[in-house]
Design a binder for this molecule. Structure first.
Ligand code: ATP
Length: 319
């Protein structure tokens, strides 16, 4: 390996900065020149690339978002566009790249690897929906942000005897909704991976009210339906006072938790280690507290699955 570059791509997630810092510092520790690509794949194409020194990643481990900025670059699926990106790396003698992002970003990373740039992916997304890792960078922080919101809403729900419907992020993946629902003691959790029977939800709320429950909390992943739609559906079956809360982008922001910072530090450094050992075309991950690598092909082989045991438990505990 001669020189290494690092970029963040797709939706930003808390802990991306800690991962960038780890890539930069581990590279310099190993005596390798390291470059930051600004604005994800877009910056690779427009040549927004700068050499980074130790000080450039100082004071960022605690910050949310990404200092390298992120961007969507739909044209990156075009081979001619990627040729430009590769030329921009090659003219600086950069032969290796770390891509921090979600599964969309991994697709671009896989193409670049096939086209000659040794590339390793680092899972950076709040959704926790990437195969080959138990946790993605940002998931723990987003989860705790949601739990904080649920706790606050629970206080007011109890005071007014209402049913609160809280919409959380997760277009295709229900991990955030499921974990937040379990941790926040929600009565109902609606996730894209399981069928949603609103009639049954209504019956459970009614039964709860009959035995004196003061409030009910429903957590719905955005991929299932909106909080508003959920309220409308519920009203088809019961007469209940509902309030809807859409948490939105606050779930993406904020300073990363300790777990996310440590995870990002470990994964970022491990990505550099793989490249040093001439291993590429892989994504790094953590499984059973061990650093692992999974080829991009394998990562894409199956769609992400929910933890079925945890989903069953959520149903058992919310009777
Ligand atoms: P998140 O899960 O947080 O949304 P993501 O990495 O999945 O993150 P995407 O918007 O899906 O986010 O992908 C990020 C970028 O990756 C795209 O804007 C595009 O530049 C690149 N990309 C996605 N799919 C491909 C592909 N098939 N080939 C080449 N590049 C791709």
């Amino acid at each position: 390996m001669k020189k290494i570059a690092v970029l963040t791509s797709g939706g930003d997630s808390p802990g991306m900065n800690a991962a960038v810092r780890a890539v930069v510092r581990k590279s310099i520790y190993e005596g390798i020149e390291v470059y930051g690509v600004y604005q994800g794949y877009q910056g690779l194409v427009t040549d927004n690339i700068k050499k980074l020194e130790l000080g450039d990643v100082g004071d960022i481990i605690q910050r949310g978002g990404t200092k390298l900025y992120s961007a969507r670059c739909p044209e990156f699926i075009e081979p001619d566009v990627r040729k430009k990106a590769i030329a921009n790396l090659e003219k600086r003698g950069i032969d290796s790249l770390v891509v921090i992002g979600g599964d969309g970003s991994y697709r671009g990373a896989q193409r670049l690897d096939e086209e000659g740039i040794h590339t390793v992916g680092v899972p950076g997304t709040i959704d926790n929906d990437i195969n080959g890792t138990d946790y993605t960078i940002g998931f723990d922080t987003a989860l705790n942000t949601i739990i904080d919101a649920v706790d606050r809403i629970r206080d007011t729900a109890t005071s007014h005897e209402r049913t609160f419907i809280i919409e959380v992020m997760g277009r295709d993946a229900g991990d955030l909704a499921l974990w937040a629902g379990v941790a926040g003691g929600a009565e109902t959790i609606l996730i894209p991976e399981a069928p949603s029977d609103i009639k049954e939800v209504a019956e459970r709320i009614e039964t709860g009210m009959k035995r004196g429950k003061k409030h009910s909390i429903i957590i719905v992943a955005e991929g299932v339906m909106s909080a508003g739609e959920c309220a409308e559906e519920l009203r088809k079956y019961i007469n209940v006072d509902t309030r809807e809360s859409v948490l939105g982008h606050m779930q993406r922001g904020g300073k990363p938790t300790g777990s996310d910072r440590v995870l990002a530090s470990r994964l970022g450094a491990f990505a550099v280690e793989l490249l040093l050992n001439d291993i590429h075309g892989h994504a790094v991950g953590i499984e059973n507290n061990r650093m692992t690598k999974t080829s991009f092909d394998k990562v894409f082989e199956e769609s992400h699955k929910i933890d079925e045991g945890l989903y069953r438990l959520s149903r058992e505990l919310s009777i």
